[in-house]
Design a protein around this ligand. Structure first.
Ligand code: PLP
Length: 414
């Protein structure tokens, strides 16, 4: 049984007030709040175990190393990777994608080659490729979306050429909540012999990920969006690619032997982990993933689906409400809940998104406003920005009611 009140008690911050009102936190797409078990695990490690990993012969160092490597195994299990050699710790999705753009780019891309992105990508899956473009003659091709915010798969099929070297695509849109058919996209790309990078930043908190079933070549996600700490993320990569890619950064731990004449590199995944890793954060991340797994995605998905459907129904009652994304065509009820995630982007009448967000904040409601780091998508939709409510496993229908009541109140002020 999913006891929402008990779940909420796991997240101390949810009990606080802002402006003298109970906090209604609906900015989970940006970052999620942390359960006490994550905070406690990290505090405990600082208090009792802290020592640099991998380097020391002493007790604490070995204990810290064990926790760090156990965390890697927890991540491996969470996404069902074949081996921990395929799990590279990074600072987050952004760094993971930059690593692939830089290192895969160096190993496998040549002047005149092409990568395919989509119109709904976050800037962190656009700009790294543009940085690469500054170093070589790389063509970036973009898969368009339909008016209701779904990828146009027949247009995607047309983009592949013999020069296509990679498809990099988000699993879930951080603006529209669209859940892309990742398996179909990967199968399509593989039929053209093109590897695929999946940006799972918005998928990891909401649905199970199985990299072997997906057969993706790379997958990236951030700890802080899945109830874990900031500053830690994951790059999954198939060994056959990671093995042939050069290191992204140089420094301690990523080497085999160093001399001024010649340096050799460490085995996977350490080749990509230069310097002292955030081993406290990996402990926190593992705790967060265990927390999510202990609730289970069946339960989480059912709760978030109920919540999102309820929110769509309630928001649609508001005069002048304009919802963006796959649910826009039938805002009363998601026709196919599997193609929409717990994110709702909207505008109300001619109220500017920033004004609406600011006034909602004064009423205790935390939402995100703006372009959500997806400016090309905003251009496609012909808008400057939206207000975005994004849900997590601890949100409630009462919080949706509070959001709707607050929007109605703001409307009266205009
Ligand atoms: N990709 C998507 C789809 C996102 O929503 C985000 C963050 O909002 C990112 C990438 C970047 O994540 P981070 O800032 O944690 O690296």
């Amino acid at each position: 049984m999913f006891d929402i009140q008990k779940i909420r008690e796991d997240f101390p911050i949810l009990g606080r007030e802002v402006y003298g009102r109970p906090l209604v936190y609906l900015d989970n797409g940006a970052t999620t709040q942390k359960p006490r078990c994550v905070i406690d695990a990290m505090t405990d490690e600082y208090l009792n175990v802290n020592a640099n990993v991998h380097r020391g012969v002493h007790y604490l160092s070995q204990q810290a190393t064990e926790l760090h490597e156990q965390a890697r195994e927890t991540v491996r299990r969470f996404i069902n990777a074949r081996s921990t050699a395929e799990i590279v710790f990074t600072r987050g999705t952004t760094e993971s994608i930059n690593l692939v753009a830089s290192s895969f780019g160096q190993a496998f891309l040549h002047d005149g080659d092409e990568v395919i992105l989509t119109e709904m990508e976050h800037h962190s899956n656009i700009v790294p490729w543009q940085l690469l473009q500054a170093r070589m003659d790389l063509r970036i091709k973009v898969c368009p979306i339909s008016d209701d915010g779904r990828l146009d798969l027949s247009a995607l099929e047309q983009l592949f050429t013999p020069r296509t070297r990679l498809l990099a695509c988000t699993a879930v849109s951080n603006v529209l909540g669209t859940v892309n058919p990742a398996s179909d996209i990967i199968a399509m790309a593989h039929a053209h012999d093109v590897p695929v990078l999946i940006d799972a930043a918005q998928a990891a908190p909401h649905m199970p990920i199985d990299v072997q079933a997906l057969d993706c070549d790379f997958l990236a996600f951030s700890g802080h969006k899945v109830y874990g700490p900031t500053g830690i993320g994951v790059l999954y990569g198939k060994e056959k690619w990671l093995d042939r890619m050069p290191p992204y950064m140089g420094g301690g731990e990523m080497i085999g032997k160093v001399s001024f004449e010649r340096t050799t590199f460490n085995v996977l995944p350490y080749k990509f982990e230069a310097g002292t890793p955030d081993y406290i954060a990996t402990t926190g991340l593992a705790k967060a993933l265990d927390y999510v797994s202990s609730i289970g995605f069946d339960t989480i998905m059912e709760h978030e689906r109920t919540l999102t459907n309820y929110a769509l129904r309630r928001l649609a009652e508001i005069p002048g409400m304009r919802i963006f994304g796959p649910q826009a065509s039938s805002p009363q009820q998601l026709t196919d809940p599997d193609d929409h995630d717990a994110v709702i982007s909207f505008l109300v009448g001619d109220i500017h998104h920033l004004d609406l967000g600011t006034l909602l904040d004064r009423l205790g409601i935390a939402v995100r406003t703006g372009h959500h780091c997806a400016e090309p998508l905003m251009h496609r939709l012909g808008i400057e920005g939206t207000v975005r409510a994004s849900f997590a496993l601890y949100n409630t229908c009462e919080e949706v009611d509070a959001l709707v009541a607050a929007i109605l109140r703001v409307m009266k002020m205009f």
